[in-house]
Design a protein around this ligand. Structure first.
Ligand code: ZN
Length: 440
């Protein structure tokens, strides 16, 4: 009995040993098929493992949301383009299922009044930004998708996760004046309010108050409260409010002794006369009568004269200090010839001329005196480049009639001191704006 049990056990052990031997021998023949997903989080791969030579292997790639399968790679070589990949095992190898972030359709347009610039690729998970660029005279309103406003930022940034269709909406600046923003001139007819976009975003509007002759700007009111005494007032285009530009009758009296006195159509020098007028040397006087300037201005004018001469340019003055009465005669003569309003575009009323300061000169003595062409004469060109270094600046530059109320006068220069002239040169302001800003 015991013997029989032993026999059975021995048979069993031998059988087991044989079984493992076969396993070990055939195991030597097994090959490993390794499969990877790339990038790892982009999808799932199945079908890898140990196979015997000649076995058929079926690999399967399944992309996760936001990815698409792009192919099976062995090393750098593309070996299959379908998600299912079948082959017969010959030896161990590693295969990579390559996934790419899905490409969506991100569609955008500027809905009239502007354009859209884009940055980034419309691929899943990428950051894209769209930038609204309004055309001149338009402001950006917001981004609209499926009829709904989704953002009012000029630059709209988002993570790509699906198809998008966006429209940048724009509106003419003029729409705001008198609509969202109601502007009121008080008293009526005392002036005018002009509006323009504050910057590229267009979410702000700059209102500027322009008084009529005989009035001066006083302050801005919003919701019945005084909000600013600055000529320009900035409001958000989205706000609905009433803005009042308050003007006062009469002019603002300025002190002529102040080198930086703003002398314009809203201010008044009265019968001011400078205390230290000096006669211009003959060599710089283009006329056959004497002319005068204040001492400091004259000193710098003559320094400028000397330096220009070294450059081969002879500066000549056609008009310098003019007293109140002289200005009155000139203005009345011009008004008679051209009408008052037209005359006031190129000729100041008495008490409103920079020439009354004794710091202002009209260069000339050329065949192009008092015309645009003066800018192209040797004097005109030299002054444009160099005058500020001597403290002289142009009061009425090109394209600034809107601001100054005077036509382009390339011959008319005012002395404001060297430091201030350099400072003005570095801003984009017109002299009168610069001086008004200095005062506040
Ligand atoms: Zn002048």
């Amino acid at each position: 009995m015991l013997k029989n049990v032993m026999k059975v056990l021995i048979v069993l052990v031998v059988f087991l040993l044989l079984f493992y031997a076969v396993e070990i021998i055939t195991g030597l023949d097994a090959h490993e098929i390794k499969v990877l997903s790339e990038p790892r989080e982009a999808g799932h791969v199945g079908g890898g493992g140990r196979y015997k030579a000649g076995d058929e292997v079926e690999l399967k790639a399944s992309p996760r949301d936001g990815y698409e399968f792009s192919g099976w790679l062995k090393g750098d070589r593309l070996v299959g383009e379908e998600k299912m990949y079948t082959f017969k095992v010959e030896k161990s190898k590693t295969l990579r299922a390559d996934f790419q972030p899905r490409r969506y359709s991100v569609d955008y347009r500027g809905g009239g009044g502007g354009e859209v610039e884009s940055r980034g690729e419309p691929r899943h998970g990428e950051t894209m930004s769209l930038i609204a660029v309004p055309a001149d005279g338009y402001v950006f309103m917001g981004w609209v998708e499926n009829g709904e406003e989704i953002s009012s930022e000029v630059e709209y940034e988002f993570t790509v996760q699906g198809d998008r269709s966006l429209e940048a909406t724009f509106r003419p600046v003029d729409d705001f004046v008198g609509e969202n923003i109601k502007t009121v001139v008080a008293p009526a007819h005392a002036g005018e309010i002009k509006g323009e976009a504050h910057d590229i975003s267009g979410r702000k509007l700059v209102l500027t108050a322009h008084p009529e002759f005989g009035y001066r700007f006083d302050h801005w009111e919003a919701e019945g409260e005084e909000v600013s005494r600055n000529r320009s007032y900035t409001v958000g285009t989205g706000e609905e409010k009433e803005v009042v530009a308050r003007f006062e009758e009469g002019f603002e009296k300025v002190d002529g002794d102040d080198l930086l006195a703003p002398v314009n159509k809203e201010t008044y020098l009265g019968r001011y006369a400078p205390p230290d007028l000096k006669e211009l040397p003959e060599e710089i006087n283009a006329r056959d009568y004497t002319m005068h300037l204040r001492e400091e201005a004259l000193e710098h004018l003559m320094n400028m004269y000397e330096e220009a001469k070294e450059d081969g340019v002879t500066l000549q003055v056609a008009s310098a200090y003019r007293c109140y009465d002289t200005q009155k005669t000139i203005f009345n003569r011009n008004a008679e010839e051209h009408g008052e309003e037209e005359a006031n575009r190129f000729s100041a009323r008495p008490g409103q001329s920079e020439h009354q300061l004794g710091t202002t000169v009209d260069f000339g003595g050329t065949e192009y005196d008092f015309s645009d062409e003066f800018a192209k004469t040797s004097q005109g060109e030299w002054l444009k480049e160099n005058a500020y270094r001597f403290g002289f600046v142009k009061s009425y530059p090109e394209d600034s009639e809107d601001i100054t109320g005077y036509i382009y006068e390339p011959w008319h220069y005012r002395y404001i001191g060297k430091d201030r002239a350099v400072e003005l040169q570095e801003t984009e302001k017109v002299l009168t704006e610069f001086l008004e800003a200095k005062r506040r």
